[in-house]
Design a binder for this molecule. Structure first.
Ligand code: TYD
Length: 209
């Protein structure tokens, strides 16, 4: 059985950049890249990428919050069945940019669908698969929104357009998840320069794998 490692955090925390840096380091390390599966949510599979387009890239489509939760869950189920479980069964290390915690935090907290309701809906999707370790890039909401507005004004998606309160509620939900699962989480202070954050994640990652 391999290892399932996820990366979580609010938008603007630098998760995608840090993950790219980590992948680069893996390529130049003594590790064998074929032992790793690097993936992301929503997406990770062809069906998942189509669902990603509906939930993230089409701001004009009317989507009920329950439908949104189900769409993320549908993409997740395909991801688990098609990609994550087979990789774990083959002994690989799966690194996923987001997983169930994102739905619990964003839809459950940010959009007020309820944390437990999101968990209920996702039970079938994940077949109770849980990450072995989750790196949480921690950032306060004001700093996060500032970063988004400065760095990414050209690629604002439907969810990015939400306001500070959405962001605050999402972060508060993440904190509740962490309180309930302290043994699974590794908390990374993402307010520091991204090179420092990368070093921190890298050191902790190689200790885990
Ligand atoms: P991400 O790919 O991390 O953003 P980007 O590539 O633009 O840095 O995530 C896309 C967005 O999807 C992000 O705002 C979080 C959101 N999201 C949810 O709301 N629920 C979910 O279940 C997942 C997986 C993501």
């Amino acid at each position: 059985m391999g290892k399932f490692i996820t990366f979580e955090g609010p938008d603007g925390a630098g998760k995608t950049t840090v993950l790219n840096n980590i992948i680069n380091r893996l390529k130049h390390s003594e590790f064998n890249l074929t032992d790793f599966v690097i993936t992301r949510e929503p997406g990770g599979t062809e069906a998942g990428n189509q669902i990603r387009k509906i939930v993230l890239d089409e701001p004009d489509i009317n989507i009920d919050i329950g439908t949104e939760v189900l769409l993320f869950a549908a993409a997740r189920r395909q991801h688990v069945v098609e990609k994550i479980k087979p990789a774990l069964n083959a002994g690989k290390i799966v690194l996923s940019d987001r997983f169930l915690d994102s739905s619990v935090a964003y839809q459950g907290g940010g959009r007020h669908f309820g944390l437990n309701q999101v968990l209920d809906i996702n039970r079938y999707a994940t077949e109770n698969l849980e990450p072995d370790v989750t790196f949480y890039l921690k950032l306060d909401p004001e700093t996060g929104l500032d970063r988004i507005n400065q760095l990414r004004s050209d690629e604002v998606n439907r969810l990015d357009e939400e306001k500070l309160s959405f962001y605050q509620d999402t972060v508060a939900a993440y904190e509740q998840i962490i309180d309930k699962n302290p043994e699974r989480f590794s908390i990374i202070d993402a307010s520091r320069p991204l090179s420092v954050v990368t070093d921190d994640v890298w050191n902790q990652l190689i200790a885990v794998i």
